[in-house]
Design a protein around this ligand. Structure first.
Ligand code: PXP
Length: 249
């Protein structure tokens, strides 16, 4: 059964829209944990558009579950990760002009660079996850350079029309099996919602789903603790039959 990592960047987005002190992602992380979050994810971006350095340092002190630092593979971020020492680091591609992370890392073309960073973090006791598309070549490269986890990019699945969704789901299923056969641990995330999460949550071998936007959006209506609880119930609901194909009509 997959666990739930809650991405709190979107709380910081609201705060930064007014350049003020509220809402505070650090205090909201506690509510997410009370609702059942198994981990808290924060992405410190190079342009500091949402999470700030201060948030990260306080989260390190206050998070009682697990702190997953999402970051670009740059010397500045590696230095910060070494100072803060989160429970894990997820390396993601980052472009200034993007609204959110747009796709997986191109690992096969930057193996040496990523390998060096993974080794540096690992030797400081910080395991590394690589955000990747479910493509065999990228999974093989991830395993080769020493990643502990991969986080499979579910964005294409989430954005696919209903008729294309089974194919995108099958890619995540196959990617999970391939990654596991390479000895990698598997997380997944991006674009998951209350409507589309269940087929992904039912894939054997995925350990954790990282979900942000939909939970924070739902929390405006029901509060963060309840929004997290609802998502956790969906992810961990006992299933009698595979949900694959549920939406065909
Ligand atoms: N995983 C990664 C690597 C991400 O970059 C993001 C977005 O910040 C998420 C998961 C969560 O995506 P969403 O906000 O669409 O749930």
């Amino acid at each position: 059964m997959a666990s739930l990592g809650v991405n709190i960047d979107h709380i910081a987005n609201v705060r930064q829209a007014r350049q003020t002190v509220e809402p505070d992602p650090v205090t909201m992380a506690l509510l997410a944990e009370l609702g059942g979050a198994d981990g808290i994810t924060a992405h410190l971006r190079e342009d500091r558009r949402h999470i700030q350095d201060r948030d990260l340092r306080l989260l390190k002190e206050t998070v009682r579950s697990r702190l997953n630092l999402e970051m670009a593979a740059t010397p500045e971020m590696v230095q910060i990760a070494l100072e803060v020492s989160p429970d894990m680091v997820t390396l993601v591609p980052e472009k200034r002009e993007e609204i959110t992370t747009e796709g997986g890392l191109a690992i096969s073309s930057s193996k040496l660079h990523l390998k060096e960073i993974i080794q540096k973090l690992k030797s400081a006791g910080i395991p590394v996850s690589l955000f990747v598309d479910p493509i065999t070549e990228e999974l093989e490269a991830s395993s080769m350079i020493g990643a502990t986890w991969v986080e499979l990019h579910t964005g294409n699945y989430a954005e696919a029309k209903w008729s294309a969704q089974p194919l995108e789901l099958a890619k995540i299923q196959e990617g999970t099996a391939k990654a596991r056969s390479l000895g990698l641990r598997v997380n997944a995330g991006h674009g998951l919602t209350y409507q589309n999460v269940e087929p992904i949550a039912s894939i054997n071998g995925i350990e954790e789903l990282n979900i942000g936007h939909t939970i924070i959006a739902r929390s405006i209506a029901v509060g963060l603790k309840e929004a997290v609880r609802e998502m956790k119930n969906l992810i961990q609901r006992p299933r009698k039959e595979p949900l694959f194909g549920k939406q065909s009509y």
